[in-house]
Design a binder for this molecule. Structure first.
Ligand code: PEP
Ligand code: MN
Length: 261
């Protein structure tokens, strides 16, 4: 990948104190389950995340689901097990924050905060995150223009935190063939016109695990600074987003494809 010399670099700290940079030219991979479901499943997934060479572990604790009857995540009950897995594997951890009141309670556990698509317009949450010193991965709302997305980033920046990563995760268009439409044009545009590091989440974009690897390669080709991938030891049994979750063997294949190019 050609290094965009303008890209602002974001320092990520590993649990052992060592550091690496996002936006310095490598394609950083964030991987893990959509939701943390149990210690056993999370640990098994995290072991493959680590051994395959991905650098950041993901796992949803507070889930915002379209239906209030769907699994809402384990919430606070899983903070401790997530902490144990993160420390055992030595990987930095990212999780979605859904309420300003979680900033404090997640401060030890989360090394990066994820703002989900449904909260991109939650300006109270964005302003609160602007007062923290953690990197923020800001997902694009599924019907946001690029300008609205940049506006959301500026709410965070205005409070003093400029460690922002934009993450394209597919938008809602007239075409409902796939879960969403992956807007790689927006990624190329943001790389050309802004200094934000830009990630792509092909999992939520397409909703089908067989299409995740080709879209991840496309994201890398267009200059993404990283990708976010959902994976699960037994995706058909996953409590959320199973159809788009890679098996652990597919996660290894994806990492080979990304690391080799
Ligand atoms: C997720 O990453 O699990 C998620 C809910 O993503 P999004 O906010 O993009 O729908
Ligand atoms: Mn998900």
């Amino acid at each position: 990948m050609t290094l965009n010399s303008k890209t602002r670099q974001i320092e990520i700290q590993n649990p052992d104190g060592s550091k690496f940079l996002i936006g310095a030219g490598d394609c950083t991979v964030i991987a893990g389950p959509c939701s943390v479901e149990s210690k056993e499943i999370f640990l098994e997934t995290a072991q493959t995340v680590k051994s395959s060479g991905a650098s950041i572990l993901r796992g949803g604790l507070h889930k915002l689901r379209t239906s209030p009857d769907a699994f809402q995540g384990l919430g606070r009950d899983a903070y401790r097990l997530a902490q144990e897995v993160k420390e055992e594997l030595g990987l930095p951890f990212i999780t979605e924050i859904t309420d300003p009141r979680q900033v404090e309670e997640l401060s030890d556990l989360a090394d990066l905060f994820q703002v989900g698509s449904r909260n991109m317009y939650n300006y109270a949450l964005l302003s609160e995150l602007g007062k923290t010193s953690k990197p923020i991965l800001l997902k694009r709302a599924f019907s946001a223009t690029v300008d609205e997305w940049i506006g959301a980033a500026r709410y965070i920046e205005k409070e003093g935190n400029s460690q922002i990563i934009l993450c394209e995760r597919g938008i809602r268009t007239f075409d409902r063939t796939l879960r969403n439409t992956l807007d790689l044009g927006a990624v190329a545009y943001l790389k050309a016109e802004t200094d934000y590091p830009v990630f792509v989440d092909p999992s939520h974009a397409c909703g089908r695990r067989d299409l995740v690897i080709p879209l991840a390669k496309a994201a890398q080709a267009v200059g993404a600074d990283g990708i976010m991938i959902e994976a699960h030891p037994n995706p058909d049994e996953a409590l959320s987003d199973g159809p788009q979750s890679l098996t652990l063997s597919q996660l290894k294949d994806l990492m080979q494809a990304i690391l080799l190019s």
